[in-house]
Design a protein around this ligand. Structure first.
Ligand code: AMP
Ligand code: ZN
Length: 117
């Protein structure tokens, strides 16, 4: 795929565009959201391009599980496990997904309402 046609998160993973990276390993990258919806708002993404939840294959199960492990490790490192945090996946149009490279939102630093808007 031509670089210009690649999704924005693939470009961040390839360091073609900048991001405030908070964690990187072989299979995942975590970085601060450009338009934060809470005092702490990070995104955890697989390095493999998977568009959405329905793009997950049997072979991806370990990678997807790893995203949760990374999220909880970051949350614990930042002490967010004390106060709480919210993890969100927006999947598809009605959920407001805007970037079609699967990602976990990790939000913290304020109370969150339920049900979500
Ligand atoms: P979603 O709407 O669930 O697909 O979430 C996409 C998120 O990506 C939004 O919260 C955006 O603010 C965020 N975002 C888009 N472009 C960038 C970028 N270049 N760097 C960091 N976050 C971004
Ligand atoms: Zn991508």
């Amino acid at each position: 795929m031509d670089l210009d046609q690649k999704c924005i998160f693939c470009k961040i993973i390839e360091k073609k565009i900048p991001a405030r990276i908070v964690h990187e390993d072989e299979h995942s990258l975590a970085f601060e959201d450009l338009n934060p919806q809470a005092p702490i708002h990070m995104l955890i993404v697989p390095k493999k391009h998977i568009a959405d939840i329905h793009g997950i294959t049997v072979a991806d199960r370990e990678i997807i599980g790893h995203l949760f492990f990374v999220a909880k490790t970051i949350a614990a490192q930042k002490g967010l496990d004390k106060s709480g945090y919210r993890m969100v996946i927006n999947n598809g149009r009605d959920a407001g997904q805007t970037v079609f490279h699967i990602h976990l939102h990790l939000l913290s630093g304020r109370p969150f309402a339920w049900p979500p808007g």
